[in-house]
Design a protein around this ligand. Structure first.
Ligand SMILES: [Ca+2]
Ligand SMILES: [Ca+2]
Length: 501
């Protein structure tokens, strides 16, 4: 296996991604025969998806550097789950799980290049279920994953009307020097963007959709692409995070000495961004400092987009009869754990903002500390909107926690990356088991940065056994198309199910 992919290989593969980004098109679905329209007393739904935003925001701790006043404003209206976890730390498996209610071990959608609609042709997606239940369903931006999902979207019956995410407008300057050409201006870039940022197009479309009258209850989805790479923001936002006061993530030398090869492969240290940004002067456009500064500003920009959506909802007088649900599809590492990627099973790539405002159900300003999964969004929304229970999905309704955040919740959160690699997060512990049998255990009470892997210590055997019991017992095969996986190979991930040697 050649871990050190050549820059050319990386560029070619990334070009393919870029092309996929540019192939987006609006998908307007013809009105077809529907089931009876539900009562107009039904609540509307506003679903806001953010991309790659981790937990380093003021939503989680006022001392954190990334300013997210609008997420806090939203949290103040309902329930903020401060231990919410993605299903998978990559866009496609995460979003497929959220939108189908099915875990990767059920669908086989383990990676970004797996064509979800091909793998689960009969799955009724969350917006599709609302469409079939008499809702007017509209969406914009990044809801489903782009790339291969764009091909599927042409016959994706999820939304009645959809405004696809635009391709990033090429910047006039190459900010970091990491790549050259178009990629440097549209994909692997960070810094100030001198063009209209595409999230603004998404938000403007949703605002306009909110203005349109609807006789049916509305399900409206807004997919904010920031802070996803390229880490872009406008100049004003960028200047809110000056080098002089820039807060960098906690970093431990040789942190990965106590983890296995698969874990190191997931961190991508050797052939992705990390080694390219380390060691450069702080103000160098390609430095880790500039990378972190740009991510902070891009996250701030995403928060501003959320603020616009809330302002609009308030302006049209619909806030009191709209369920609002906000999440990020997964988190991101910013040099911590020697990583500048998502794709790992550690806390920073998996711990996400997750807020639900449900008029008449949630109490303003509630914080729920139970470990929950974004897989639970589908059954929860079905429950909140009193649609017929969806029996054949994997998630579990959070209704009991929305009504009482201190009520009993007897399951931890499960995260999966590729086939056979899982993390289990309970209130105190993170247990990880990779497909080769290697393990990690972290004690969040004493080690919030997950620096000390305790898995080899016999005194934690019972803790490990307790967590291991939550790993899926069966996992459908990974029908991986090696030609399409631009970073990961089957060999690199081992790809053996849990009980297979
Ligand atoms: Ca993502
Ligand atoms: Ca370590």
């Amino acid at each position: 296996m050649n871990l050190k992919l050549s820059k050319k290989t990386l560029l070619l593969a990334a070009s393919a991604i870029c092309l996929c980004l540019m192939l987006g098109c609006a998908n307007t679905k013809e009105e077809t025969a529907r089931q009876p329209v539900v009562s107009s007393s039904k609540l509307n739904v506003l679903l806001i998806a953010i991309d790659d935003m981790n937990d380093w925001t003021t939503l989680f701790d006022p001392a954190n550097p990334i300013q997210t006043p609008n997420l806090e404003r939203l949290a103040a209206r309902g329930t903020f789950f401060n231990k919410a976890y993605c299903v998978a730390p990559a866009c496609n498996p995460s979003r497929t799980a959220i939108l189908t209610g099915l875990h990767p071990s059920t669908t086989g959608v383990y990676g970004n290049k797996d064509s979800w609609r091909t793998l689960v042709p009969d799955a009724v997606t969350l917006p599709q279920y609302f469409t079939e239940s008499g809702y007017s369903t509209k969406g914009a931006g990044k809801i489903f994953h782009h790339g291969d999902a764009g091909k599927d979207r042409a016959d994706n019956p999820s939304f009645e009307e959809f405004f696809d995410m635009l391709a990033t407008r090429a910047a006039d300057t190459n900010h970091n020097g990491y790549t050259e050409g178009l990629l440097a201006k549209t994909v692997f870039d960070w810094g100030v963007h001198d063009k209209k940022i595409i999230d603004l197009d998404t938000v403007e479309w949703v605002e306009e959709a909110m203005d349109r009258p609807s006789e049916k209850p509305r399900f409206l989805a807004a997919g904010i692409f920031r802070p996803h790479m390229p880490f872009y923001s406008d100049q004003v936002t960028y200047d809110k995070y000056p080098y002089e006061t820039l807060v960098m993530p906690a970093y431990k030398e040789n942190d990965l000495d106590d983890v296995s090869t698969i874990a190191k492969n997931m961190a991508n240290k050797e052939f992705f961004i990390t080694d390219n940004v380390l060691g450069k002067p702080a103000k160098d456009p390609g430095s880790l400092h500039t990378f972190v500064k740009s991510y902070q500003a891009a996250s701030d920009y995403a928060d501003q987009m959320v603020g616009r959506l809330l302002d609009k909802l308030d302006a049209i007088g619909e806030a009191d009869n709209t369920i609002i649900i906000l999440f990020s599809d997964h988190g991101y590492h910013l040099g911590d754990k020697e990583s500048c990627v998502k794709f790992t099973l550690w806390e920073k790539a998996n711990h996400v903002p997750f807020i639900i405002v449900a008029p008449g159900i949630t109490e303003p300003g509630t914080v729920c500390g139970q470990p929950v999964s974004l897989l639970d969004i589908y059954p929860t929304l079905v429950d909140l909107c009193e649609l017929p229970t969806k029996e054949d999905i994997d998630g579990r309704s959070l209704m009991s926690l929305l009504k009482d955040p201190d009520s009993t919740w007897d399951q931890p959160a499960l995260m999966t990356m590729g086939r056979g690699n899982h993390a289990i997060r309970s209130d105190r512990w993170r247990y990880i088991r990779y497909s080769d049998g290697s393990e990690e255990l972290y004690d969040h009470e004493n080690d919030p940065s997950e620096w000390n892997n305790l898995a080899g210590d016999p005194q934690f055997a019972a803790i490990i056994a307790e967590h291991k019991a939550w790993i899926p017992k069966t996992e459908v095969p990974w029908q991986i198309d090696e030609s399409k996986n631009w970073i990961y190979t089957r060999e690199m991930w081992n790809d053996k199910p849990v009980n297979e040697k």
